[in-house]
Ligand binder design. Structure first.
Ligand SMILES: C[S@@+](CC[C@H](N)C(=O)[O-])C[C@H]1O[C@@H](n2cnc3c(N)ncnc32)[C@H](O)[C@@H]1O
Length: 216
């Protein structure tokens, strides 16, 4: 996602301090500490402008959510979206400005019940495959962060990234338990919450690839 330089991002992030986490050590010590109750924990990596995480948090008030995004100016939109929502989201959703490669500095092993990767950058050029968020080095990070029986869910419009991810799951010892090359026409669509990119791609008639995987 190309970020336009947003005006006054520092002030705008400050105004949303209630939903932002900066203290790595405190989160690592107790990932439940920013929330008012202990609940199952989920993480979205690369949350973009935050539609998915805000709507998930509202739809699942019995779950706590973290949403990570590496581009500060994009995060401004996400946190403002959460702050603007009446009643929901703010109680059980927290945002982290950071890169997925630093996840093990933020969270101890076996923290998450579910990790979401939604429309991750496909990095189509061959030489850039190590940057894909389903490259095996990232999968090892996610495996370490998932609780026993925890799941990873991937959605993408990009067939190249999806095929690559399936190979990487296999190489990383992760089992595909649900899969569809057309999520919206499949049995797995019930309760699906669309991301910004998903809304855009599906309005153009593009099928959405979906996989749910767990550690074998
Ligand atoms: C194509 S956008 C998709 C945004 C959103 N998930 C959606 O589906 O609408 C991918 C997002 O992932 C973020 N991103 C890419 N690599 C990342 C990384 N290593 N760590 C955290 N965020 C990352 C990008 O900055 C961008 O906002």
């Amino acid at each position: 996602m190309r970020a336009r330089k947003r005006k006054h991002s520092a002030e705008r992030l400050c105004a949303a301090a209630e939903v932002l986490c900066y203290d790595k050590a405190a989160i690592y010590e107790n990932p439940e500490s920013p929330f008012d109750a202990s609940r199952p924990l989920c993480l979205e990596i690369g949350c973009g402008k935050g539609k998915f995480s805000c709507e998930m948090a509202e739809a699942h008030t019995d779950v706590n959510f973290y949403a990570m995004e590496k581009v500060e100016d994009v995060m401004v939109c996400a946190v403002e979206k959460a702050m603007a929502r009446e009643g929901g989201a703010r109680g059980n959703l927290r945002f982290i400005i950071g890169d997925a490669k630093e996840l093990t500095e933020w969270f101890p092993p076996h923290t998450f019940d579910c990790i979401f990767l939604n429309f991750s950058d496909p990095w189509p050029k061959k030489g850039y495959y190590k940057r894909r968020l389903t490259y095996r080095v990232f999968l090892e990070i996610y495996k370490g962060l998932l609780k026993e029986g925890g799941i990873l869910r991937l959605k993408t419009d990009n067939v190249g990234l999806f095929d690559f991810s399936l190979e990487e799951f296999e190489a990383a010892g992760m089992e595909v338990v649900k899969m569809s090359r057309d999520l919206h026409a499949s049995e797995y669509n019930e309760g699906n919450i669309m991301t910004e990119y998903e809304t855009n791609f599906s309005s153009q008639g593009m099928p959405i690839n979906f996989a749910e995987v767990k550690v074998k």
